[in-house]
Design a protein around this ligand. Structure first.
Ligand SMILES: CSCCC(=O)C(=O)COP(=O)(O)O
Ligand SMILES: [Mg+2]
Length: 260
């Protein structure tokens, strides 16, 4: 087994979710299909609720920013409350979400609505989040060694908490010291990692970020964050240069903490 040593200055481990703690297949085959299959009914049922209206407003704002993109779907503003118009609005939101998901967009607007929709499925016990077998034992070991463990995912903080609170391993939310999503900035922008360090109250060089996406690893590294790229079944392949350049791990058990 190849072992990657964690630098002594690291006190915080920052984890990506999809492709790092959790199989991409769980996201693509369970979480995302749930949205596609249930969005119309969800919007029709919850349309008049404030949370749903806030989600629609954010999606509309995003649609305005996306107007120049090929295939982007606008969301009109309602002028009255005729039933026909409501159905047109619902359909526009369905089409917009479907278009964003077909491009695997990571917009805050899309992720916020998805989180709200998953809430019903997780809290009713209809869905349980999957974690790779090495994740929970490693996080427990790191915490026993005095490390703080945070999550940084494009999935909304609300959705992250649902995953950790309703997993096949039970409620493991207490293992996580805090959560970040795209509200702090996008994962491919180095400024996001500086803001995360500020928010935690540490230096960027005290953080080790584990992710499957090299663009994210590169942004973090630019901010002086330590990184290791996680190679899991189903993840996108890496180029030979990326394989040579980055520390690679296939399991969290391959990380060696000097203090353990
Ligand atoms: C709460 S994570 C749900 C999956 C998701 O929506 C997503 O975009 C995951 O992206 P990540 O940044 O964790 O790779
Ligand atoms: Mg990922």
């Amino acid at each position: 087994m190849v072992v990657v040593s964690v630098p002594a200055e690291v006190t915080v481990i920052l984890l990506d979710i999809e492709g790092t703690t959790t199989p991409i297949a769980f996201v693509k085959d369970t979480l995302f299909p749930y949205i596609k299959e249930n969005i119309k009914e969800y919007l029709q049922t919850h349309w008049d609720e404030e949370e749903c209206q806030q989600d629609v407003s954010l999606l509309r704002k995003q649609a305005e920013e996306d107007a120049h993109l090929d295939g982007a779907v606008p969301i009109p503003v309602a002028s009255g409350n005729a039933a026909d118009e409501l159905q047109q609005m619902v359909q526009a939101v369905v089409d917009n979400v479907s278009w964003q998901m077909s491009h695997d967009r990571k917009t805050t607007a899309l992720k916020q609505l998805q989180g709200h929709m998953w809430k019903a499925a997780f809290t009713a016990g209809r869905m349980k989040a999957e974690f790779f077998a090495d994740v929970v034992p490693a996080v427990r070991r790191w915490r026993e060694a005095g490390m703080k463990v945070y999550i940084y995912s494009s999935g909304s903080v609300e959705a992250q908490k649902l995953l950790f609170g309703h997993s096949t391993e039970g409620d493991i939310l207490e293992l996580i010291d805090g959560h970040f999503d795209t509200k702090i900035g996008h994962k491919v922008e180095s400024e996001s990692y500086r803001k995360i360090a500020d928010s935690i109250g540490c230096s960027t060089s005290n953080i080790l970020f584990l992710t499957d996406v090299t663009l994210e690893a590169s942004a973090a590294e630019e901010a002086d964050v330590h990184v290791a790229v996680v190679v899991r079944p189903g993840n996108a392949g890496l180029t030979d240069d990326e394989k040579t350049y980055y520390n690679l791990i296939t399991s969290f058990s391959e990380l060696y903490l000097p203090s353990t």
